[in-house]
Design a protein around this ligand. Structure first.
Ligand SMILES: [Zn+2]
Length: 679
């Protein structure tokens, strides 16, 4: 489909059948073309262990086929039926505190439960067999498979313990290698039999809570293991689907920056990435942009689907503001600007009961089309229909990469010392925001990415250095690149052990510094970093590396405390065969102004600032397809913005020509898509 897909989750098995025709008419009115169905219907599809009943799903798909819609067909395995929990009590999870759960909620299955693995794969197999075959009338409308839903959570049961030991054997091969990796001579932890290893939870290593572990190596491996366990559930189902549907793409909906799952390890197993965007507040533009870029980065820049967003409000928080007029449209285009080829909602008709009855929906309980939300949705649907033939498949080209690393996220936050207040996510957002506010395109990449194509690589809190990462960073800088990293980088290996050398370990040489001490203070205890010989100063807190510059020049110094006047921010120039590069180290948690100052300098040095850098409230993002560039201008602000067009082109949403140098007025929350030729 050469059109941005539009629609969303549709769960008609949850409401009376006599409104289905009304739904179809409203879909038509809103230009909806794609529905995600069968996400939570396991109990309907399989009323007992031996019976499968597809009658309701048959009728739903027949209705959608008759209405000319396409379908993303889910496998319904994110919430097991009550009979399964009764017949197989070990299908439920054991929580962090060691309590075996009984039936309830969703995302409630132990990923290593033999019953769950068998029943979930069998359900996926039967669905694929029924609807993936060409002789089923519905098969023609299914365009993608949607496995499970928002995989997540952790289990600590006996099945998981046994599977953890199998996972460890595969990783380490021998107990001596495991003991070495985990540094088990500490606190007399040496293991002499695999069965002595138990999951790290509140009953074992985590007396102080989920983020407070006595043994980082064990916890880090359990985080990896848990992510892999859930991934294996996905692979179980995908393999079952592939028996009957060899070609249709398979996905599962991710949750953006979701700590428990290393999506870079998952992404190769998905045919395309999709994700659900539920920002924590109305001021999350930079965070959402980062998350879209991360989702695009999971598969090396390929477009993704926005699988869910609410058309108005969520219901899961203490208070749930509605999206103000224009915001749903603005955020939808933001997703498209960053690489989405589908804009889908949760959900199409509002739930009658349970925890989502107040969750926003395109069609409310009253079934009306004259609500503000429906009108805005229908307006967007009409616009996207008019954009058919444009944008889909277009790519993003960035000269700046932001390194995102789940291992570092986990390791830096489970570390005992120097600070429990360091947030990987908030730090990444802060660095990204400085780039975002300068409207510089960013690729979010894993540690294993090829860095050669970038001018600037930004890697805050690159805590774990494994494999040849340090050598590749050195080669990048020697080749003329600019590398920027921060406090607590280069501190541990893949097993969370310190390097037998000065911090920042394998990164020390390229950074040209040595760290002798790291001070860590309460968040409210501020210091400052002074740049340009005292001309500017910016607040800093949390962590303060006491740096010994070797070959690095001192760019900023601490303002106070016993280390006043010593290096806080450094830059090491490296001359290599490929040119002259530089490596920056930021030894403390600089405030937004400080990071802005830093990136004005870094991006300015590289000639990466542009006409839209620093335009308040306006986000500028470009996608490219063949010789066409689509520039999205998004006004997140509350006042109109004046933007000067850089090139001749066409304003796609109004179909009006635009001349280079022309002043364009962008109303608050409004969007402008400028199409131009690149050659
Ligand atoms: Zn388990």
């Amino acid at each position: 489909m050469d059109k941005i897909r539009f629609g969303g989750d549709y769960n008609p098995e949850q409401w009376p059948e006599d409104v289905w025709d009304q739904d179809m008419a409203l879909f038509e009115e809103a230009s909806v073309d794609t529905l995600t169905v069968n996400v939570f219907a396991w109990a309907t599809l399989q009323p007992d262990e031996h019976t499968y009943d597809f009658a309701v799903l048959d009728r739903i798909l027949e209705k959608l086929a008759a209405a000319g819609k396409t379908v993303c067909l889910a496998t319904s395995t994110a919430a097991h039926p009550a009979w399964m929990a009764r017949a197989y009590p070990d299908v439920t999870r054991v929580d962090f505190d060691g309590r075996r759960h009984v039936f309830g909620q969703r995302h409630n299955s132990c990923p290593n439960s033999p019953a769950y693995r068998r029943f979930s794969a069998e359900l996926a197999r039967r669905i694929a067999e029924r609807y993936g075959r060409a002789d089923n009338p519905a098969s023609g409308i299914v365009v993608a498979w949607h496995v499970n839903n928002e995989y997540g959570g952790t289990c600590y049961c006996e099945h998981c313990a046994a599977a953890f030991r199998v996972w460890l054997r595969a990783r380490y091969g021998s107990l001596s290698a495991l003991n070495e990796a985990w540094n088990t001579a500490f606190w007399s932890h040496t293991f002499y039999a695999w069965d002595e290893v138990v999951p790290p939870n509140a009953l074992s290593e985590h007396g102080g809570g989920p983020d407070v572990t006595a043994f980082q190596g064990i916890t880090l491996d359990y985080l990896r293991f848990n992510s892999d366990s859930l991934l294996r559930n996905f692979i179980d189902e995908k393999s079952a689907i592939r028996e009957f549907s060899p070609d249709l793409p398979v996905t599962t909906n991710f949750m953006g920056m979701y700590r428990p799952l290393d999506y870079f390890r998952w992404a190769p197993h998905l045919d395309f990435v999709s994700w659900d965007n539920y920002p924590p507040d109305m001021q999350s533009h930079a965070r959402m942009a980062l998350t879209h870029d991360l989702m695009r980065g999971l598969k090396g820049g390929r477009p993704f689907w926005l699988m869910e967003q609410t058309p108005s409000q969520t219901a899961c928080r203490a208070f749930n503001p509605v999206k103000r007029p224009g915001v749903m449209r603005l955020w939808s285009y933001q997703a498209v600007a960053h690489g989405a080829d589908a804009v889908l909602f949760f959900q199409m008709r509002q739930s009658r009961g349970a925890s989502e009855k107040e969750h926003g929906a395109v069609i409310t309980h009253g079934g009306r089309s004259d609500t503000r939300v429906f009108r805005e949705v229908a307006g967007l649907g009409e616009e996207l229909e008019a954009l058919a033939g444009e944008i889909v498949g277009a790519r993003t080209y960035a000269k700046v990469a932001l390194v995102f690393d789940w291992d570092s996220w986990w390791a830096v936050e489970i570390s005992d010392g120097p600070s429990r207040h360091v947030s990987y996510q908030q730090t990444l957002i802060a660095y990204y925001r400085a780039l975002y506010e300068r409207n510089v395109a960013v690729d979010v990449v894993p540690t294993g990415a090829d860095l050669a194509g970038y001018d600037v690589v930004v890697a805050p809190l690159l805590h774990v250095i494994q494999g040849d990462l340090a050598a590749r960073v050195e080669a990048f800088v020697e080749g003329g690149g600019t590398f920027v990293t921060s406090f607590l980088s280069g501190r541990v290996d893949e097993s969370d052990n310190a390097f037998g050398m000065d911090a920042p370990g394998p990164l020390a040489r390229v950074l040209g510094i040595r760290i002798d001490e790291t001070d860590a203070l309460a968040p409210e205890d501020l210091n400052a970093v002074v740049f340009d010989g005292g001309a500017v100063r910016f607040a800093a807190n949390l962590v303060f590396d006491l740096l010994q510059p070797g070959t690095a020049e001192v760019v900023g110094v601490y303002e106070s405390d016993f280390y006043a006047g010593t290096a806080a921010v450094t830059r090491n120039v490296v001359v290599g065969e490929g040119g002259s590069g530089d490596a920056w180290y930021v030894g403390t948690n600089l405030d937004a102004g400080g990071l802005g100052w830093l990136f004005d300098r870094v991006l300015g040095d590289r000639g990466l600032l542009n006409a839209y850098s620093g335009l308040p409230g306006v986000e500028a993002v470009t996608r490219h397809r063949d010789d066409v560039a689509y520039l999205f201008l998004l006004n997140h602000g509350d006042v109109a913005a004046d933007v000067v067009a850089e090139t001749d082109g066409v304003s796609l949403l109004t179909r009006t020509p635009v001349r280079a140098g022309e002043h364009l007025t962008l109303a608050p929350k409004d969007v402008l898509i400028l199409r131009s030729r690149t050659c």
